[in-house]
Design a binder for this molecule. Structure first.
Ligand code: NAI
Length: 250
């Protein structure tokens, strides 16, 4: 018996990285897992993730879809509701970066990041909230970033999208609290994933030197925080943003 036994969690962008780690952690605690990604195949990891989750003995299915697409998301969520019966936990994790200094940033860079990182969360919350309202309970977790709190030169689009994720969680928390639905945000700092492994060694070192705990975070560090926010361990917590960053910002 895990702390999420009997619950269904929907996690976006979970074929790999932080989303996958969250899915694995939730499944270890007994949650059934519906996850999405752009494609679910062998090449991009989705099929392997599906197998690893199924090996934990819970109900699992990966769904292909662009989280930034409103109509597609509505159809996908209604399919998930049919396949799993309930949706108790929603983790809006899908995200991309398209960095550039303001003067050089193109409209396409801006639009892509806002649509994939922020509009996607609106799409999924909009589709899931009616289901959660009928259940009179639900936990929504938006994956933000420390740069959504503090800003970051060269990431105006990304930082704005992540600040939006925080305000979105707070607004939904206020609207939906009376219906038993909580909404919170996680703001990871420097986490070792595909997104950060491409950075030059010098930049990585500069980041690590700013972190009191003197290491990058692991995907499991984020998954532990997500587990807390998803479960009844945080039953009286809503509208909060938890920075999981090794103490980088105090
Ligand atoms: P990742 O790139 O390893 O994984 C992101 C996943 O989202 C990929 O599987 C990708 O295919 C999927 N995805 C991208 N666009 C999508 C779309 N339109 N629809 C559906 N799925 C889509 O990234 P990582 O590092 O695991 O990041 C996960 C989340 O955590 C993101 O929201 C990211 O912004 C956030 N984050 C990551 C940090 C880090 O240091 N890695 C720090 C702070 C926040």
């Amino acid at each position: 018996m895990g702390i999420l036994t009997g619950k269904t969690a929907l996690i976006t962008g979970a074929a790999r990285g932080i989303g996958k780690a969250i899915a694995m952690r939730f499944a270890q605690e007994g949650a059934n897992i519906a996850f999405t990604d752009l494609v679910i195949d062998e090449e991009h990891g989705g099929k392997e993730t599906e197998r690893e989750l199924a090996a934990l003995g819970v109900q699992v299915k990966g769904y292909a879809g662009n989280a930034a697409d409103f109509e597609n998301t509505a159809a996908l969520v209604s399919q998930i509701k049919e396949d799993f019966g309930s949706i108790d936990i929603l983790v809006n994790n899908a995200g991309i970066t398209k960095d550039g200094l303001m003067l050089r940033m193109t409209e396409a860079q801006w639009d892509a990041v806002i649509n994939v990182n922020l509009k996607s969360a609106f799409n999924f919350i909009h589709a899931c909230v009616p289901v959660m309202m009928r259940q009179r309970q639900g936990s929504i977790i938006n994956m933000a970033s420390v740069v959504g709190v503090h800003g970051n030169a060269g990431q105006a689009n990304y930082a704005a999208s992540k600040a939006g994720m925080i305000a979105l969680a707070k607004s939904v928390g206020q609207e939906m609290g009376p219906k038993g639905i909580r909404a919170n945000a996680i703001a990871p700092g420097f986490i070792d994933t595909a997104m950060t492994q491409t950075l030059p060694e010098k930049i990585r070192k500069e980041w690590i030197d700013k972190i009191p705990l003197r290491r990058g975070g692991t995907v499991e560090d984020i998954a532990s925080c997500a587990l807390f926010l998803a479960s009844d361990l945080s039953s009286y917590i809503s509208g909060q943003v938890i920075q999981v960053d090794g103490g980088m910002n105090m």
